[in-house]
Design a protein around this ligand. Structure first.
Ligand code: PEP
Ligand code: CO
Length: 467
């Protein structure tokens, strides 16, 4: 390199540096505090809260930046139509359910569903759990009144406790640390299982849930597993080597980035990458209720380097979505932005096309994901929250149809599900009715698909089952 060029080159680098610093000088992990932050709890003791956030900021991160960057690459691949994202897990994780049985069951259902989808769609499936940090919930009201008594609403185990007493409902900073620890325990166990070969595609028999034998879907699933194992054996025999990439299934973590002090405390600047990362999770998303352009959540999310999601539903306009894209992905970075739409079976056909057109006008890459759960919540005659399997399937089918008709790619699904045999959503292969709901209803917030219902969705997405 000649000297003049070298000088020009280093000046240019300094300039890029300076421009970047200037461009981000108005952002830092706490800059959201100047904005209105919706859905935040009110803690009675500020000093106690400050101390806890201080402790949280000093603890090691739950995920690493290279995992976060790897997921961003996978999402970029899905944006190009070359992969499919399966995002699933609890509406709200609970401290009580942080057990080995529960974590294993969640991992198994995600692995089984992804195997079925891989087989049917003939594309890599990116697995993202709503897990290891999904402890905070948005609520429609700050308070709840029962028999004339009013207390703060339950906002998830990160914030307070579900029992309806004064002591349980007062937001408690210590719970932030308990949640952080459980998130770390969960991901540690998931990583150990994956590293130990639990997710090895050669041994999908490890993932059989005990009662899969009784399921109407079991034979179909076992046939798929047999066929994949045979294909792998055949290819490895022909090639004379094992498929390393297929041996280990990566599992990423995601949660709604709702409680901004919690997210801020684990936001770190990585010198090597010159960017800020939220290291509580790989993939945080902005919920429906906190996507205001001028709001604190959008301000916080714009500064982190993670791949992020935004939930969009009725009420989201084309202009609003275009503004969100400009603020959250100003450089049109591939893999950065995922739009998770949740309209409800009755409304999707009417609202989705306008948003697809609005996004197309920006020329910015996004991944479209369908959440067929949150627009289809209803309450039964006795006051139980449920979702009807047929509505969930109908919204999914409409989503695929609308995207296809507009030459757009629906690259993923976002589901509330569990590997357990709960009765929270009605319908499905066993035709659960409202009367069945009381039998095994465990969710503290929204109703989840049980094991069989989740597998049936996976088979339908894979094109292996029709209505
Ligand atoms: C959720 O995903 O649990 C949730 C609250 O969703 P939304 O923000 O779409 O209502
Ligand atoms: Co939910």
């Amino acid at each position: 390199m000649n000297r003049a060029f070298q000088r020009y080159f280093s000046d240019a680098i300094i300039e890029i540096h300076v421009t970047r610093k200037v461009a981000s000088a108005d952002w830092h992990p706490a800059s959201w505090q100047k904005r209105t932050a919706a859905q935040q709890p009110t803690y009675p003791n500020q000093a106690d809260l400050d101390r806890t956030i201080g402790s949280l900021s000093r603890l090691p991160p739950i995920v690493t930046s290279w995992e976060v960057d790897a997921l961003k690459e996978h999402i970029a691949t899905a944006q190009r139509g070359e992969a499919f994202v399966l995002q699933g897990g609890d509406c709200a994780e609970t401290f009580d359910e942080c057990t080995s049985e529960n974590i294993v069951a969640k991992l198994k259902i995600l692995l089984q569903m992804s195997l079925v989808m891989l087989y049917g769609l003939k594309k890599p499936v990116v697995r993202i759990g709503r897990m290891a940090g999904q402890y905070a919930k948005p609520r429609s009201a700050d308070t709840e009144t029962r028999d004339g008594k009013t207390l703060p609403s339950f906002r998830g185990d990160l914030v307070n406790r579900i029992a309806f007493t004064d002591a349980d409902r007062i937001p408690e900073p210590q719970l932030l640390l308990r949640a952080y620890e459980r998130a770390a325990l969960t991901l540690n166990f998931v990583r150990s299982l994956v590293d130990g070969g639990f997710a090895d595609l050669h041994h999908p028999e490890y993932w059989d849930l005990d009662w899969v034998g009784h399921s109407p879907m079991a034979d179909e699933y076992r046939e798929i597993v047999g066929s994949i194992s045979n294909s792998l054996d055949f290819l490895e025999t022909v090639l004379g080597r094992a498929f390393h990439r297929t041996q280990k299934a990566e599992i990423y973590a995601a949660h709604e980035g709702l409680h901004l002090l919690y997210e801020q405390a684990q936001t770190r600047f990585l010198d090597r990458r010159e960017r800020w990362y939220n290291l509580t999770t790989h993939f945080p998303w902005i919920g429906m209720r906190t996507a205001a352009i001028e709001g604190a959540h959008v301000e916080y999310f714009r500064g982190i380097a993670n791949p992020i999601g935004v939930k969009v539903g009725q009420g989201m306009t084309g202009e609003w979505l275009q503004e969100l894209i400009v603020v959250l992905n100003p450089d049109n970075e591939p893999g950065r932005l995922t739009l998770i739409h949740r309209f409800g079976a009755k409304s999707i056909e009417e609202h989705l096309p306008d948003l697809i057109s609005a996004v197309r006008e920006t020329d910015s890459p996004v991944l479209w994901v369908c959440d067929p759960m949150h627009g289809n919540t209803e309450t039964t005659a006795d006051g139980t929250k449920t979702r009807r399997f047929d509505n969930i399937v109908s919204e999914l089918e409409s989503a695929f149809r609308v995207h296809q008709s507009m030459d757009s790619y629906l690259g993923g699904v976002h589901l509330e599900l569990t590997g357990e045999n709960v009765t929270e959503c009605t319908g499905g292969a066993r035709g659960l009715t409202d009367a069945d709901l009381a039998r095994a209803y465990k969710s503290t917030v929204d109703p989840r698909l049980n094991y069989e219902q989740a597998m049936e969705i996976a088979m339908r997405i894979a094109g292996l089952r029709n209505a």
